[in-house]
Write a protein that binds this ligand. Sequence first.
Ligand code: IFM
Length: 483
Amino acid sequence: MTASHISAPRRFPDGFMWGTATAAYQIEGAVAEDGRTPSIWDTFSHHSGRVTNGDTGDIACDHYHRYEEDLDLLAELGVSAYRFSIAWPRIRPDVTGLANERGLDFYKRLIAGLHDRNITPLPTMYHWDLPQSLEDVGGWTNRDTAYRFADYAATVLERLDGIGKWTTFNEPWTSAWLGYAYGHHAPGREDIGAGASATHHLLLAHGLGVEASRAIRPEVEIGLTLNLGTLRSGTNEQVDRDATWRADGNQNRIWLDPLFRGSYPADMVDLYSAYPPGFSVVQDGDMATISSPIDFLGVNFYGPGTVMGEGREREARMAGYNVGPRPESDAINSLGTIGVSTPGRPVTAMDWEIDASGLRELLVRIKDEYTDIPLYITENGAAFADYIGTDGAVRDPQRIRYLDQHLDACLGALEDGVNLKGYFIWSLLDNFEWGFGYSRRFGIVWIDYDTGRRIPKSSFHWYRGITANNELPELSTALQARY
Ligand code: IFM
């Protein structure tokens, strides 16, 4: 749909929000300081054996101690906003008890530091670090966790000033499905029915968070972030189109329908009724809570996916695709799908296909089918095998090319009438990439994990030009030709 731009620089609308994003467990470290208690990610990284190299977030980027330095980097970058998450186990370490003042103080200092530098804070209440004490009683498969989230949300809403926009959840899909159904993420459960019930309880918690926000801070805007996908059928055969629709149900419609239409898609309720408890956990009144109007939607996008029907490996190969092993193939158990990829298409170090047209297509679909509220790209970025050159610099032209293509897709979506208000690069810093530990680098700032030293990469300097001029510059033809 979109050819990459090759001519003049192209401007973004005035007031477009430029930012970068991080998350607490991925950067903070200091896991046992100032009253923080373990989260499911502490447990998972220390004990599951499922994180590359046995890495943990114990120290990570040591942001908890070096946040002033990171704030200075943000100021140098010239961003107008910074998206970060608040660690629930720092704020309500004993989930039945009082708020932890020392945990709150850290975020008060961070928020004040952002305001001092004229940067808008965009905090997320939950980016996957559930207190372990809640997982011990069922985690997101237990309805009560949604009410405990509402208590925690009320605490941060009441106690943290200076926030104009709050996000309840980051990527509830990942929490529910990678965490409870496929076992790649904490808490590492492998139970499709648990994935479905976690989906509902996460959405319920979101809705309760919205209600808390309206009651406590009616002046603030509240939204959530979803990792939605552009899923394309590998062939035109009905069997593959049906499979793609099911995959779309799990990744997109199961979230967008309840939020914007007040009900789960019937085909998904049906499908998961074979996996108890599935959606039988829904109670009267829940859908009204979940569909409480929100003020904006965050969208995380990395790349599109191609889907075919279960058992269609031979046909996939005949059609010229590569077949798995990809994480998506885990969905085969419940969705009857396989993920395929196109040989020769550029991929990132995560093995994710690079094709920015999927972003434009996704944004237009949200507008056409669901909502016209403001959208923010709350995450977009890429991991590559970066390294420090002999001159001490980190050059990452592939990342620049990736970001350029996706910003061009944003411009295309704006032309298509999408109400897009901002863009956040994932991520400011190299950090703990969940099951991949420190083996994948997404940052526009290099982290030396031995010393904590930060080195802005060439993408950092390139992005600084964009935040300063509010326009996408022409890339050198050499760089365009090479990547
Ligand atoms: O690192 C993650 C982030 O925490 C959530 N969205 C995807 C990123 C890259 O995998």
